[in-house]
Design a binder for this molecule. Sequence first.
Ligand code: ASP
Length: 596
Amino acid sequence: MANRYRTHNCSEAGRHIGRGISVAGWVNRRRDHGGLIFIDLRDRSGLLQVVFNPQVTAEAHRIATEMRPEYVVRITGDVARRPAGTENPGIPTGEVELIAREAEILNASRPMPFPMSDESGIDESVRLKYRYLDLRRPQMQQNMMLRHRVIKFIRDFLDARGFIEIETPILLKSTPEGARDYLVPSRLYPGKFYALPQSPQQLKQLLMVSGFEKYYQIARCFRDEDQRADRQPEFTQLDLEMSFVDEENVLDLMEELFTSLMAELKPEIRIVKPFPRLSYHEVIERFGTDKPDLRFGLELADISDIVADSEFGVFRTAIAGGGIVKGFAAPGCADYSRKQQAELVEFARARGGKGLVSMAIEGSLDDLTLDKVHSPVTRFFTIDQVREMVKRLHAGPGDLLLFAADKAEVVNTVLSQLRLEMANRLGLTDPNLMVFAFIQDHPLMEWNQEGNRWDSMHHPFTAPYDEDIPLLDTDPGRVRARHYDFVCNGYELSSGSIRIHDSRIQEKIFSLLGYSDEEIRERFGHLLEALEFGAPPHGGIAPGIDRLVMLLAGEDNIREVIAFPKTKSATDLMTNAPDAVSEDQLRELHLRLRAH
Ligand code: ASP
């Protein structure tokens, strides 16, 4: 049936020169030139210039005088080539304009709380309060369309490879992923609660027991954590699980998916093939973090052995106390002023470090003498020690060496962030390069000093290496996990693992994690039982969609790619959630609020 509002979208006008069309959309801009009125009409497809000439139709021109920004209008007219010299190469329909014959205002609009065209400088809280208007802005429309295309690509890709999408419930029992649960009180069962899934982890494993073999879901996950720029209380992941697979099968699938997705949606962005696969220990050693940005070098090196016996007390004491000294070379930064170096020290302190030692290197390794090493601490080292440091850091003339000395954790935290800071300052974070990589061989568990128990590094369903299983009894901290992280440009895109499919091992892990037999039965009884009914070997992964789209859109904040996000403090400024509820609702849920 013909559409009574429009025959074409704005962006199609160029293909219909000389013909009559109807378009509908929003008034982006209106210019009244006394005689002629110009409207830039905007619909989802783009902009089209409309001309109202009182000579052509007095009535349409009169209606146009009433139009204001963001009014919703319908216009019928004839597409014409713009007069020579008035073309606008800035928009796709810049060669043509619509000469209006008929116009109708479909709805008026109050003045906007912020301009639709202005890309920057709008306060985010105003944008979030009026998110439906913010989403009307072309940039946000593009982000949402990109998100749609990413998800559609993933669905088609997995469908073609025999995966089936299965929905799992939102009202569930607690599913530990290491975060706090969002709880939903039950009306029918006083004092009982559902938990919103932190991920569909256990359900996808149960679907493997059911024999589906290849499952995926664009799944919403809920975690009540302290918020950060790239976190949201609810987020979306591509949740995926496969039966009869080893690590390589899952990683190969991911590599193929992400390679083809990039080729299809972002061909202008370079990627590195094959995706590097690095061990956890190696990345901590070389980059100080398990989510390294691999677009650039600036690799860290441990120099503890070189300086352990030096005259420099700060280094010696740190090492003697069980700590380490690590550093890296910032190329071309030897001329950093005292003030710039002090800034870096501040940067390190703000991230938990005690300070930072810097050395500016003037000469090359062959002709290096101590008077070519500029640092307040040069005198504490022999030339041989300095040479060894320069060699270890692969430094050259003009480099600034930056060192931190402390407990390994502190050193790695400080230097991994300083490495990023220097890369940014040096322009090494190429926006047109995405380096995807897999990080493997994490420890299965970490000792939790406060809780006096082991904690899973990933989640408790991750399988240990078969050959490490005996260590569960003797030295659990040395057990390696069949876990993999998928990282890109300094972000963790996802984690995954081969899972435990033997109920005895699963039970053993639960008890190492400090669960009592009763808790195990109560919380995980269903899973343990399922593993006893012919559970196949299986594994999976769950890349975060929000972060992925954020990276592809070139944004640095996931709120830019989520239609209705929460603020950093987990509130919704548009609907004002979370909000109080009535006494009646509380009573129905058998709840009474506790006075603080
Ligand atoms: N459920 C895990 C997570 O949400 C991912 C996985 O192991 O597949 O991080």
